[in-house]
Design a binder for this molecule. Structure first.
Ligand code: ADP
Ligand code: MG
Length: 712
């Protein structure tokens, strides 16, 4: 049996079973009425339990009804994996090659052609398309899916589409046929959505669900917010279920890749030692098939998840929140809920967005439990206590727009000609101070001027699917003709973690040693230089995948980095219209100076001992993360810059390099220069060129009189 997992994992080309499952989905009976409803109105809200067939079926119905004749149908997903997996499924159902009639597009991976009719894409990608083509002229129907997730980009798309229709722009008037918008949601307050979209019709797909009995546990209480000890508890619960419950598959909710892999290893070890003759109550079960499911997994492995297990085997899927609504796995009867989720939050302590593990909301817990009751009654085992439920879990999940940085979104809106970003139609408006914070950052990066107008640099920035700082550093490098350095680094920072961390302590030592050796090649640019060096060494080696294996580097991550680099290079080549400046210093200094241009907001100076103090006005106390090659060398450092921050019991900075004060001296004042209230007043109304000229004349006069006063 021990080979079962390996065997199934390696069968990468396994085909789906042919079945007529799609005819049995709840949505099927409503096909004609749904198509009619889309035809009859501009906006339509569609709701239905997860798994009723909204995502996979509705687009096919619309295509069959002829909507594809006028243009493509796009279906947005907040998650990249969901877009890919669902497109695969639909291509299979329509018996076509993925990338032809049915395709997907996610950041840095476009698997579509001119002829693609159904295009599954991330909401972020559609937002970029709106920039290039505000009238969405290629599409006949735009389907915003998973709206209940309330992802930042979906919320913005909702607002944009509402705005476009309430005041049709030239772009829209030029369309040959009307655009249809379908908004799909699993559980969300549909009244609110419908009201937001001008009281548009709502189509609810009736579906039946079965009761799920939920039990609370004892492992996680209000005091356990910081610990990750729950993995063990989750594993032991899963084994209890396996040995004492009737046939039916298990779905475990954890927060991320590392945790999931650890849980799978533990489960695998323990499940192997079970003597199925004596230990398992339900004698129809004689093995456990353990399958991980998280965002950055290879897609062949993901396919496995959906296949029914072999007879007599129980499937146990260990997943992130992606299995809560985006993907539906048939046959699940038992849920094990850790009560936590990884979430991007703006952290006011350090003034940036940080991925944090936080308690889920009560509504999220209900959604997770519901996954056990799709086809028959199920059970949900929660590992947390009643006190945890009452004291630590909020009623609802706060929409992303109200808890993350709005910098990129505000720049996008401005580029779309939405000047008044405060009075934009938000489904739930973010706090004004978050918008001001975004304007301030954009001003600091020179992406907008003090009148809130997008600068040339801002226009360039919006072209790159990177965070503004990284784009700025890249553009700086390009202006010195050393873009190669930054292209590789930006690509490496855009892919998942490249360093392998083996579970076994001996192997871990080996891996650490290799990584240290790689870091030694960094040419004093440290963690950024290490990334560059890994990229270059691997690229120039004869057998890159073997090189990765030898050096404990994830080959898959590097392969994506190569592809991302090419794509960034293409964008850069397309835009190449900035002056080239000369620089006659050494290359490593130039490299770091370019980084400073982008990362001057992430600069810190050593204060006492190994503690650094950030310079962005927050004055946070930070430590260098143990994964950095500068860890334990703090005493030799003075000024540093860093790529990101990790908050655990301490605030850690990761991907660090040493810099000199002179390189940021002229940039740092910009962090304190701007008055947010001034920006807030300009955010509200468009400033005419005339007014700008007037202001400039006034300023010049003021300066002149100051100079005269000094002279006198
Ligand atoms: P909804 O969007 O309403 O939540 P979906 O269209 O995602 O529903 O799912 C409908 C059905 O299709 C579910 O039973 C689900 O298990 C099945 N399904 C979806 N994706 C796959 C896949 N990749 N492989 C097999 N079945 C799938
Ligand atoms: Mg769906």
């Amino acid at each position: 049996f021990s080979s079962l997992r390996k065997h199934l994992m390696s069968k990468s080309t396994a085909k789906y079973r042919k079945d007529n499952q799609s005819l049995q989905l709840p949505i099927y009976k409503h096909k004609a009425k749904l198509v009619q409803a889309v035809k009859e109105s501009t906006f339509l809200v569609v709701t239905g339990e997860t798994g009723s067939g909204k995502t996979t079926q509705l687009p096919q119905y619309l295509c069959q009804a002829g909507f594809c004749k006028n243009g493509k149908i796009c279906i947005t997903q907040p998650r990249r994996v969901a877009a890919i997996t669902v497109a695969q499924r639909v291509a299979h159902e329509m018996q076509c090659t993925l990338g032809r009639e049915v395709g997907y597009q996610v950041r840095f991976d476009d698997c579509t052609t001119q002829d693609t009719e159904l295009k599954y894409m991330t909401d972020g990608c559609l937002l970029r398309e709106v920039l290039a083509d505000p009238g969405l002229s290629h599409y006949s129907v735009v389907v915003l899916d998973e709206v209940h997730e309330r992802s930042l980009n979906t919320d913005i798309l909702l607002g944009l589409l509402k705005k476009v229709f309430s005041n049709p722009t030239e772009a829209m008037k030029g369309r040959a046929f009307p655009l249809k918008v379908v908004v799909m949601s699993a559980t969300m307050e549909t009244d609110k959505l419908s009201a937001f979209l001008g009281d548009c019709p709502v189509f609810a797909i009736p579906g039946r669900t079965f009761p799920v009995t939920c039990t609370l546990g004892t492992a996680v209480g209000p005091k356990d917010l910081q610990s990750t000890g729950y993995v063990k508890e989750v594993v032991s619960l899963a084994l209890d279920v396996h040995t004492s419950e009737k046939a039916g598959d298990i779905l475990v909710f954890l927060t991320g890749q590392l945790e999931i892999e650890r849980a799978c290893d533990l489960l695998f070890e323990k499940a192997e030692s079970i003597d199925y003759r004596y230990d398992v109550q339900d004698k129809t079960v004689d093995g456990l098939l353990i399958l991980p499911l998280y965002g950055s997994m290879p897609t062949e492995q993901q396919r496995q998840i959906f296949q029914p297990p072999p007879p007599g085997i129980r499937k146990c899927v260990v997943a992130t929140n992606i299995a809560a609504t985006s993907l539906t796995i048939n046959g699940i009867k038992y849920i094990i809920d850790s009560g936590f989720v990884k979430q991007l939050n703006h952290n006011s302590r350090v003034g940036m967005d940080i991925l944090e593990v936080v308690p889920i909301s009560k509504s999220e817990a209900l959604q997770r439990a519901g996954r056990a009751g799709r086809t028959s009654a199920g059970k949900c085992f929660r590992i947390y206590t009643k006190e945890f439920w009452e004291e630590c879990m909020p009623e609802y999940t706060i929409p992303e727009i109200q808890r993350t940085s709005l910098t990129a979104v505000v720049l996008t809106l401005k580029c779309l000609g939405v000047h008044d970003v405060i009075r934009f139609p938000y489904l739930d408006p973010p706090e004004e101070r978050f918008i001001l914070e975004a304007l301030k950052q954009l001003y600091q990066f020179d992406a907008i001027d003090r009148f809130g107008r997008v600068t040339r640099l801002g226009e360039l920035m919006v072209e790159f699917p990177l965070q503004p700082g990284l784009t700025r550093a890249l553009l700086k490098a390009a202006s010195h003709g050393c873009q190669d350095l930054l292209l590789s680094v930006a690509a490496m920072l855009s892919v998942e973690n490249i360093f392998i961390r083996p579970g076994h302590p001996d192997k871990q030592k080996e891996a650490d040693q290799s990584h240290r050796a790689l870091a030694a090649n960094s040419g004093g640019v440290n963690d950024f230089g290490t990334l560059l060096s890994v990229f270059q060494q691997c690229k120039s080696s004869e057998r890159p995948s073997a090189w990765c294996k030898d050096n404990w580097i994830h080959w898959r991550a590097l392969k994506s980095a190569f592809s991302v680099e090419t794509q960034l290079r293409d964008i850069l080549l397309r835009l190449r219209d900035f002056p080239v400046e000369k620089f006659d210093g050494n290359k490593n200094e130039l490299f770091r100076r370019c980084l400073c241009t982008g990362y001057f907001t992430n600069v810190a100076r050593r204060s006492v001992g190994k503690v650094f103090c950030t310079m962005d006005g927050h004055g946070s106390m930070v430590h260098i993360h143990p994964s950095s090659s500068l860890f334990d060398k703090e005493m030799e450092l003075d000024w540093i810059l860093f790529h990101d921050v990790l908050v655990t019991s301490r605030v850690y900075v990761r991907t660090v390099c040493p810099i000199r004060y002179e390189w940021v001296k002229d940039l740092l004042p910009k962090l304190h220069e701007v008055d947010v209230y001034e920006l807030s007043s300009v955010a509200r109304e468009e400033v005419t060129d005339e007014e700008v000229t007037k202001w400039e004349t006034r300023e010049a006069a003021k300066r002149q009189s100051e100079i005269s006063a000094e002279d006198a």
